[in-house]
Design a protein around this ligand. Sequence first.
Ligand SMILES: Cc1ncc(COP(=O)(O)O)c(C=O)c1O
Length: 390
Amino acid sequence: MRSFEPPRRILMGPGPSDVSPRVLAALARPTIGHLDPAFQALMEEIKSALAEVMKAPGHACVPLPAPGSAGMEAALQNLLEPGDRAVVAVNGQFGERMAEIAARAGAEVARVDHDWGLPVDPERVGAALKAGKTKLLAFVHAETSTGARSDAGPLCALAHDCGALSIVDCVTSLGGIEVDAEGWGADVIYSGTQKCLSAPPGLSPFAVSAAARAAIDARAAPPRTWLFDMGLLMGYWGGAGGRTYHHTAPINALYGLHEALIALLEEGLAASHARHLRMHEALAAGLEAAGLELLVAPADRLPQLNAVKVPDGVDEAAARGRMLARYNLEIGAGLGPLRGRIWRIGLMGASATPWHVRLCLTALTDALAAQNYPDASRAALAAADAKLGD
Ligand SMILES: Cc1ncc(COP(=O)(O)O)c(C=O)c1O
């Protein structure tokens, strides 16, 4: 066996995204003990930076020691007890996963199913909430499997009006579009590090409101998860009364998250959102000039996840394979009912730059031309350049 040397890739799929050199450098700094006073100071900075980027000043904010699915599991397993009713909006793969975890927590799950590619419909969710005494509403803000964005504020308000808690999956939204836990009145939001935060995968930023913590404290029995039991975790991350050992924190991964948060706050949240939108507009213009269609209606599109319909007669896997082989560029395939029907092009964090947009249009139009699709590279690049304005 030899040391692993990964090939150099450009990551423009549904995540992970490119990790910037400053984050990679932070990850390689010397490991120290997880109860070292210097590490505890870093933990405090991470907590307050998370509260700032998630706009969750009154929530308890911590990074869970596992990828985005950990946030989903922690939220549902801490809040749901057997027999509770949970309304879960399903408009793609990750809503589906939420429904599955809620069922495993023993909840009675009321699914509100949507066609993939549509945003969550507040009217139908409102009706489902009113159909029975409900403990919580769970939905995905930015559905990575389709590229659809849902309007989180009104959905959280519907839950609140029915006396239910709200859980919002912000794995793909955080850093790329506005996330506002306090403004939405969301009880739990969680994210992942490998999307618009542009750190490696493996941590799940998590914010929990006072009302949600009270609900957890009032449980009849402890949650069935030990690692993600919020009561135990907060004893380690909480600070008050000193920290007690719970698990050995992924120390170097937290250096990386810390650096990624500094980079995001240096750029500014609004500037980061504007950059993602600008790159999306340029990419979408280029794709459309090449005769390609996006799956999601313009008003509901996520800038950071572009679902592109595969033209008739084109082998989608062969096109992705050529882009990887010739350009070292990774884009994503469709999932579930969209398998073989769409490509998913991510413009997330450090992968949302004019260079990425131009490279992707060049590589994709080349891959299409190789399958006898009319050569559209010049038209695509000209349309993107017109939006980029440089
Ligand atoms: C919306 C959404 N939720 C949850 C997850 C799960 O995150 P992870 O793969 O980091 O466990 C993903 C991953 O792509 C996602 O896009």
